[in-house]
Design a protein around this ligand. Sequence first.
Ligand code: BF8
Length: 681
Amino acid sequence: MTAEEVKDKAVEAKVKKIVKAQDLTIDPASAMMIERSQELGVETIFDRAQTMKPCNIGVQGTCCKNCSQGPCRLPLTKEVSGGGEDTRKGLCGATANTIAARNFARMVAAGAAAHSDHGRGVAETFLAAARKETHDYKIQDTKKLLEIAPDFGVDITMKGDDGKTLERNIDEIAVEVGEKALAQWGQQTGEVCTLKRAPKPRYELWKKLGVIPRGIDREIVEIMHRTHIGVDQHYENILEQCTRSALGDGWGGSMIATDLQDILFGCPYPVKSSANLGVLKADHVNIIIHGHEPLLSEMIVTAAELPEMIALSKEKGAKGIQLSGICCTANEILMRHGVPLAGNFLQQELAIITGAVDAMVVDVQCIMENIANVADCFHTKVITTNPRARIASGHTIHIEFDEHTAFEDAKKIVRVAIENFPNRQKEVIIPRYSSDLVAGFSYEAINYHLGGTFRASYAPLNDNIINGRIRGIGGVVGCNNARTKHNDGHITVVKELIKNDVIVLTTGCNAIACAEAGLLTPESAKVHCGPGLAEVCETVGIPPVLHMGSCVDNSRILMAATEVVKAGGLGNDISDLPAAGSAPEWMSEKAISIGHYFVTSGVYTVFGVTMPLSGAPVFENYLYRELEGIYGGMWDCEPDPVEHARKMIAHIDKKRKALGIDKARERVLMDMADRQKLEAA
Ligand code: BF8
């Protein structure tokens, strides 16, 4: 045996000894599939997370590889952490703070680019639909179209020859909205027009600070320029550009994506479904749609329902077709069609390990290259569909998706999955775990649910916050991270919040984790919530955790916060609200962009696991403390999930006190005691 082989064996033995599935995830379905992967010797991210440790300097944010004279590595020294002088410099003289700020900025740029490029794709398809260049997509939600048109400066009425006001033709409005929306990406001067939707004081603050994005793409490009060697070498100035880019994402690219998707595919309203690997069916053709853009998945939903496809599946020996989703595509098709969720980010390999997935169809973002290797151990076809996202590993099929031939492309994909059904090789083992859920809480749906058809309004929510039944609002979002126990941070944070009467708005992989843990049902309120929140949920018939959609739909949380401000009684700006944000298991660059637009919109935002800032104490202090004085919101990092939630609650209480509604909360605590007395009697 060579020295290398001995080392490999030692590593293998260490992995086998250390890894117990229950230590890697709180989800029993995932634990079962991790065990199955170990049994079959199929390597997954859970194995590699044990054998490969993260770089100690990268984790601190202080490794600079922006030119070829490095990488310059500036780990934190004992002197600096002890308060001594910081003499660390890269070859060019860049300090640890400059380096960490540059790295942070490049994460914002990548995250904003990912969301915004998604939005651009939607805008292009929207315009093609409005111009009737494609017949596969149609303008569906004309009510929402008319609502948003004025934000883009598009008139919805016109003057007739007799001077009377007339309604404009809806097709003309749609074309103009599409053109104006698409123009927000390439615009060079002025302002991204959707920023005006923010509460007025917030918009005025951004204007005063000079951080309103001129165009979505322009701000991302400028980050890349400023972080090139020898350009912007002041962390505050770099961060200012991060703000322009992140606001261009949250209030621009992402928000436009959400709006136009709603108009094309319908605005979500509450819908029932189920979640976890148990939604797969052994006797059906299983197609998993994984990625982010709903343009393709919408077509696949329709294609999979075609009688000819169902007949073909039966011909091949299946009982039908079971569609399910992973990551944000899952959230998109759940919100509008009730298609079940197969899992979140860390479950993508595990789904294939069931042996029941006949095709995994992927587009862009959060798709692990290793799914192709895992699929090679089974019969699963991994189908890439987007020219921006190909996979070199394993054996994948590429069926390119084009919005002009969308439905035909979708049919081709569904057919490949069906034809693959008879090729199953390994034993099919599907964990029998799935949870019921209610999703579909767009901010419009919350408005309707709280106030009803005739008086749709956020006022009842505000009333319940003011009287203390609801202590505050938590926006809990974001990824899974293989460096921490799967779903543990998500569920611990959310349970701690709702136990303390904080209502939770959720998106992305947190939403999927909550669904799997059964927190997306109205019934869960009785079990997990404090008495005030439980009472509100019971009265209104909503879950304590409201699923608002995919990660671009974090824009819905911004709009919900804006509606709460507008409903009155809780201050004049988002920063006045008893609210806090959280990403307990974040890992993607998109999460950093989201975090930064939440912070600069006035929200205290806590990230779990780690932040690449610890090697740069001055920059870290700027983000964690000084930003509050500028934006009313600031960053924080807390890996312990209970402490994480408590920090959010402490902030919520601080805001209640500033609003003078902390006394109301005390009264409700007395109610709780009364209630306990009653229950004991
Ligand atoms: O965009 S939460 S792991 S799936 S990045 Fe990715 Fe993170 Fe999941 Fe959705 Ni968002």
